[in-house]
Design a protein around this ligand. Sequence first.
Ligand SMILES: [Zn+2]
Length: 215
Amino acid sequence: MIIVLMGAPGAGKGTQADMLTDQVGYRKISTGDALRKHVKLGTPVGKQAADIMARGELVPDNVLLDVLREEIGSNPKEVVVLDGYPRNLTQAETLRQVVEGVHPVRGCVHLDVDRSAIVERLSGRRVCSSCGTSFHVSANPPKKDGVCDKCGASLYQRPDDDAKSISVRLDVYDRSTEPVLDYYRQRGLYCKVNGAGVTDEIFRELRDAISTCLN
Ligand SMILES: [Zn+2]
């Protein structure tokens, strides 16, 4: 059974997906991670992807799908949370064809966060220049301004974390994923969870929404 987890950049999807894995035991598949894993292991599809990436090209949908197919496996009772796929309408339709009969998509859960809240989250983000730990100027500030708690190196703001770049990123995301949400809406599989607020509360709501989809 597949649950498609949707959420804009900065909506906290990664954190929530990890919690679903740790606390409920669902298996999370992120296409990016899966691709890196296959490249590293040198599987046939991983080699194919590595060749394409070595040429500086984007990994095409059919290769991505082969990776997904291998990762999803064939145990229909297992709950798989897909993170980062499908990202557009074509991928949603291909996913349906690939998993049909084996691993039905039982729900598309949308972690919904206000645009202004996302801009606030992302623009306040500060990253350690040495160890990569993330902080937030108001929600999760370092003990000493501009200095990493973990390693003492200086913090910086990623160049694409300014309000204007964030806005462009969100526009691009919305344009390609709105049709995906509609696609699942039309099939009665869409469910929205409010992604603003306290992480644990969001998690409870998300977990309940997924249980409802699976029943
Ligand atoms: Zn650090």
